[in-house]
Design a protein around this ligand. Structure first.
Ligand code: TRP
Length: 460
């Protein structure tokens, strides 16, 4: 079997857009975006987020896809091919590690969703009138060590199974069916949410920017969330690009994925934030936000239980199409570079991810010291998800921009993008963004992160 057959390829252009959107759309949009927006002051954050997506995320996505298609390799092999013998390969190594860690804590949240699917189906949320009851249910649920670990393991195994079955059949098919239904369901839920009594305060919070709330932490959060939501900075789009054909129009595909991903995140905000206001909850609730809001929202709808079951199922599928795209990076690395069999690579990586996931699963109330790390004033989950959700992806994206902008060269990238009669109309603008705007903005914000957060966290 040739290498290419073993790796598989997308079946059509729309196939890639669907798969790319499947990777991008996930818990990042539906779970993370609403609570990060809530924590960072609402509308002003949303505006900055959108700027980050289109001025920095979109160009970096084009860069990653181009690198992937050019070399048809995983991130380590890609750097190896384009800059042999240079330290750039360590950037690829960072991707593999980041992917594993993200996979581990992402699966914890996906496990919660599986638990909530069960609870909804079993009717635990029926006739729930008191909004504070959802909080109690949530706290009890996430502080039970056995169920959270078991659900996380289940989700990791499920992802491993899909990756083992192969890229094309695994991801493309699911994404194609999932996406349109997800959009329809989100629109219906958003309509219910904004028409709840008391929702208008949440709408104002979400739509009327208060620019005095802008500070460096918020800018960093917006940038990190943009990379996270677009699946950038750890080689997912490099690896997905490696399955693209020369006939595919990379900038157009990237534009579709970015637009679609942003649309879904914004919609999720319309579902969650007005309901938060209507139910008298706090925007700053953190990772538990959607789990405390959605059950009550379903309770306010006719046929809410069926709605709830359908919605949680869709989130699970959206999460799988994302975790597949994360796990595939370390797996492709082992298969391509280390010549492991796919089966062993998947099994090994899932095992490591499971070990890494245990402390993350226990850090939301199950184990006291993980839930409130002594001397750090925060919990293990929060630290690991911001180090490996935001910082590491931001660093990875910076390296991609520098590599394409200054080492490999945007001219070579343009040549690759235009290889089969495609014209890249915005090549000049893209080149400017990838060489100057992205590296400078990202470096400045990373500098602030190190000074204000990381340094403080570890050295006081
Ligand atoms: N973007 C996905 C989400 O929003 C998560 C994800 C998939 C991801 N692949 C990634 C995040 C690569 C960072 C890097 O849920």
């Amino acid at each position: 079997m040739t290498e290419n057959q073993d790796r598989g390829a997308w079946s059509s252009r729309i196939g890639f857009i669907m798969a790319g959107a499947g990777s991008a759309v996930g818990l990042g949009n539906i779970w993370r975006f609403p609570y990060i927006t809530g924590e960072n002051g609402g509308a002003a954050f949303v505006l900055i987020y959108i700027l980050c997506i289109f001025l920095i995320g979109f160009p970096v996505m084009i860069a990653e896809l181009t690198l992937g298609r050019k070399t048809a390799k995983n991130p380590v092999g890609m750097f190896h091919a384009l800059a042999p013998g240079s330290p750039w390969k360590y950037v690829g190594g960072l991707s593999v590690i980041t992917g594993l860690v993200i996979f581990s804590w992402y699966s914890v949240i996906a496990g919660w969703v599986v638990g909530y699917l069960y609870k909804t189906a079993a009717g635990h949320f029926n006739n729930l009138t008191d909004p504070s009851a959802t909080e109690t249910i949530f706290r009890d649920f996430v502080s039970n060590p056995f169920s959270v670990i078991l659900l996380t393991a289940f989700f990791i195994a499920l992802t491993g199974y899909v990756v083992f079955k192969g890229v094309k059949s695994g991801i493309e098919k699911w994404s194609r069916v999932l996406m349109p239904i997800l959009v329809v369901l989100l629109i219906l839920l958003a309509i219910r949410s904004v028409t709840l009594p008391g929702a208008s305060e949440g709408l104002i919070f979400y739509l009327k920017p208060d620019f005095s709330a802008i500070n460096t932490n918020m800018l960093i959060a917006a940038l990190g969330q943009a990379f996270f939501s677009l699946s950038l900075g750890m080689g997912t789009m490099i690896t997905y690009g490696s399955y693209l054909s020369k006939k595919d129009n990379i900038p157009t595909a990237a534009a579709w994925v970015c637009t679609f991903d942003t649309l879904i995140a914004i919609l999720a905000g319309f579902v969650i934030l007005p309901a938060v206001a209507a139910m008298g909850k706090a925007y700053t609730e953190g990772p538990g936000l959607i789990f405390q809001v959605l059950p009550s929202l379903f309770g306010e709808m006719p046929g809410g239980q069926i709605f709830g079951v359908g919605f949680f199922m869709l989130i699970i599928i959206a999460a799988i199409t994302s975790t597949v795209s994360i796990l595939i990076v370390p797996v492709a690395y082992m298969v391509d570079e280390k010549k492991w069999s796919r089966r062993n690579a998947v099994g090994f990586m899932c095992l490591i991810a499971f070990v890494l996931s245990v402390p993350a699963a226990l850090a939301n109330g199950a184990v006291g010291f993980l839930s409130s790390l002594p001397g750090l004033g925060t919990d293990y989950f929060t630290i690991i998800s911001s180090l490996f959700g935001d910082v590491s992806l931001t660093l990875g994206s910076l390296f991609i921009a520098l590599f394409v902008g200054w080492k490999w060269s945007t001219a070579k990238a343009k040549e690759e993008i235009e290889s089969e009669g495609i014209t890249f109309g915005l090549a000049k603008q893209w080149s400017f963004l990838i060489r100057f705007v992205a590296p400078i903005t990202v470096s400045i914000l990373l500098g602030y992160t190190f000074r204000d957060n990381i340094w403080k966290l570890f050295f006081g």
